[in-house]
Design a protein around this ligand. Structure first.
Ligand code: G3P
Length: 220
């Protein structure tokens, strides 16, 4: 399973890379706005730091506009993946950009039917937003389940399921149990994945007992 980080915060990405757990990055217009920085500059920096896929989202809603923006963004670096929304034009753009050899992430997926269309349009990734489904009283992880099940019937679908809108470490575990290929995880949640109170308590106890022995592991 791959871990992408869902952020446009370059400082955060730089420190997370040191963990060895960053396989890629996803951004969206809201995350770019939150960074307060120019889009191209941020994407360039992220692509220099991360060798894996970096998703950059188009903001045009018409087909021509999406294609123009997608082709422009794809030139920033070889590891750019173009993110298009799950709309009729988005899927047309997905088909065309894929044909041109560009990796495409179809975003804002909220149903299995939409995910089926994205696979048929040749998407590299489909991004179901599980947290936003939970927010409206549905169970986001059920959607991941349905998509994985549907795709498994058709081995010629190469689309990878990229679980997005992850809000807790439990979400990560849930989608991993179901077999999502990728989870895009906000930095805060990635840090939380390490944590368990019994790990902290166990370590305190081990070190206290060790100290009582007066020994040291290394000689001298
Ligand atoms: O990158 C898209 C997605 O992960 C958004 O998450 O928390 O804004 O629903 P959220």
């Amino acid at each position: 399973m791959k871990f992408f980080v869902d952020t446009a915060d370059v400082t955060e990405i730089r420190s997370l890379i040191e963990t060895g757990f960053v396989d890629g990055v996803t951004t969206n217009p809201s995350l770019i706005a939150k960074s307060g920085r120019p889009l191209q500059e941020v994407l360039k920096e992220i692509c220099e730091l991360v060798s894996g896929p970096v998703s950059a989202e188009v903001t045009a809603t018409d087909l021509e506009g999406m294609l123009k923006e997608g082709r422009f963004l794809a030139k920033i670096a070889p590891n750019i993946t173009i993110k298009v929304p799950l709309t009729p034009n988005g899927l047309k753009a997905c088909r065309q950009l894929t044909k041109e050899g560009t990796s495409v992430n179809v975003t804002l997926c909220f149903s299995a039917g939409q995910a089926l269309l994205a696979a048929k349009a040749g998407a590299t990734y489909i991004s179901p937003f599980i947290g936003r489904l939970d927010d409206i009283g549905e169970t986001g992880s059920d959607l991941i389940h349905q998509i994985i099940e549907i795709y498994s019937h058709y081995p010629y679908f190469t689309t990878q399921v990229l679980a997005a809108s992850i809000r807790s470490p439990l979400h990560v575990v849930e989608v991993a149990r179901i077999g999502a290929h990728v989870a895009t995880i906000p930095p805060k949640i990635l840090h939380q994945l390490y944590q368990h109170p019994l790990t902290d308590k166990g370590l305190v106890d081990f070190l206290a007992d060790w100290e009582k022995t007066g020994q040291s592991i290394l000689p001298g």
